[in-house]
Design a protein around this ligand. Structure first.
Ligand SMILES: Nc1nc2c(ncn2[C@@H]2O[C@H](COP(=O)(O)OP(=O)(O)O)[C@@H](O)[C@H]2O)c(=O)[nH]1
Ligand SMILES: [Mg+2]
Length: 417
């Protein structure tokens, strides 16, 4: 491996960046994208300049119509006199990949406008750190004075959920027709949606997709009084229909939830324990759990709201068909869920969990479950857990909700694993 130059631990805010100088903005983004700066230094330096922009996240399956919708939104926002930045994130595409270039073309007409700044990020197959670098790039654009920042991301499981956390208002795009779009929603995306948009409403089947999504929302717990009710809208970006209505609802959401929700969701550095303390606490929790130990599950990594656990499928995990028992996979995912949700130091009681199985696991497979916090309020938190095999094959995905009690987690003294 070639030796990398050391990361810059400090970064001075260029005054021209705050004045919105495009060249300086682009340079700062490149430095973040290429990993030249230590994580967090840009966001920390910009802390006092953040919170003015409205950050919209748009996610949905490839081909859902996101880029076309973003283009239509650009037209409408320009007409409203806004300055807009677009960040297109495609974790599945290499730098030269078709999707990202295609997006540029699709947004091209407005891309040349002086009040529009478009940047595509690709990840060369590395998902790690994508959401944190996206967050820092959004911070740069916020500090540079863009009124609206749109993040378009194509779904790739957990990374898409993490990226959407960077947004104030999260829009999930579904084209008409069942199948992929509804599958994606089942896999946990619904939890993060503030607005559901049925794209291509000029096509047949759009009305019934709107109805299906409304039914699906209806089946879920009724929102608390005063809480935001997720609307389902149809839009036809190609015909320009209802794009203004979508932007109006996004603004309603901003008013309902307050500006800079994305910043409020960030852990305040002063009150959060040091990362090492959280990890030590979570490792101790895993070590003190007899059931987890009996299945040979170990905790590899942990932080605030996240945990990664692993297990090698052995004879004791098999079912009568000779494949890994679904209950063992559930337990692995549930362990990551429990550790991540208790990592904040207050006892979190699981109240709902849902699992889907994509692939059977076999004896000898090394399985890993990675939990991320999708959202957290004072009393409730939602987690998503992806179970993968060592070679990256998706085995299972799990979503769960906890009720957060006021009781401190106490871990009995115990030898570590
Ligand atoms: N009929 C119709 N087709 C659309 C509409 N929006 C997008 N499309 C088509 O759907 C395809 C995928 O669109 P795109 O915006 O690239 O989707 P993305 O992958 O989600 O960004 C393209 O062929 C678009 O022309 C729409 O409003 N109506
Ligand atoms: Mg696109």
């Amino acid at each position: 491996m070639s030796k990398r130059p050391p990361l810059h631990p400090v970064w001075q805010v260029p005054p021209a960046l705050l004045a919105g100088d495009r060249r300086v903005v682009a340079r700062a983004i490149s430095q973040i994208e290429h990993g030249e700066l230590a994580p967090g230094v840009v966001s920390n330096a910009l802390r006092s300049h953040l919170g003015r922009a409205h950050v919209l996240g748009i996610t949905g399956a490839p081909g859902a119509g996101k880029s076309t919708l973003v283009h239509a939104m650009l037209g409408e926002l320009l007409a409203r006199g806004r300055r807009i930045a677009v960040v297109a994130v495609d974790p599945s595409s290499p730098v030269s990949g078709g999707a990202v270039l295609g997006d540029r073309v699709r947004m091209g007409e407005h891309g040349a406008h002086a009040n529009v700044f478009i940047r595509s990020l690709a990840t060369r197959g590395h998902l790690g750190g994508l959401s944190s670098s996206t967050e820092e790039i959004v911070d740069v654009l916020d500090a540079a004075g863009f009124d609206v920042i749109i993040i378009e991301t194509v779904g790739a499981g957990q990374s898409e959920v993490e990226i959407m956390r960077v947004a104030d208002t999260r829009i999930v795009a579904c084209p008409p027709g069942l199948g992929d779009s509804v599958q994606a929603i089942k896999a946990g995306i619904l939890e993060i949606a503030d607005l559901l948009v049925v794209t291509k409403s000029d096509l047949p089947g759009a009305d019934s997709t709107v109805r299906d999504l409304k039914d699906m929302l209806h089946l879920r717990a009724r929102p608390a009084a005063g809480a935001w009710t997720v609307p389902v809208l149809g839009t036809s970006a190609e015909k320009g229909a209802d794009v203004a209505a979508l932007l109006d609802r996004a603004e309603d959401h901003l008013v309902a939830t307050g500006r800079a929700r994305r910043l409020k969701a960030r852990p305040a550095p002063k009150v959060e324990p040091a990362a090492g303390d959280v990890k030590a606490r979570v490792l101790a929790m895993a070590a003190a759990d007899p059931f987890v130990r009996s299945l040979g599950i170990s905790c590899l990594e942990a932080g605030a709201g996240t945990a990664t656990v692993a297990m090698t499928v052995g004879a004791q995990h098999l079912n009568f068909n000779g494949t890994c028992h679904g209950g063992a996979v559930f337990t692995l995912a549930d362990t990551a869920f429990g550790l991540a949700s208790n990592s904040h130091g207050k006892v979190a009681a699981g109240i709902d969990a849902h699992i889907t199985y994509q692939q059977a696991a076999r004896a000898g497979d090394r399985l890993q479950a990675h939990a991320v916090e999708v959202s957290r309020s004072r009393k409730l938190a939602i987690y998503r857990i992806d179970v993968t095999r060592a070679d990256g094959l998706a085995i299972s995905s799990f979503t769960g909700t906890v009720y957060v009690t006021g009781i401190d987690v106490s871990v009995p003294a115990q030898e570590t694993m």
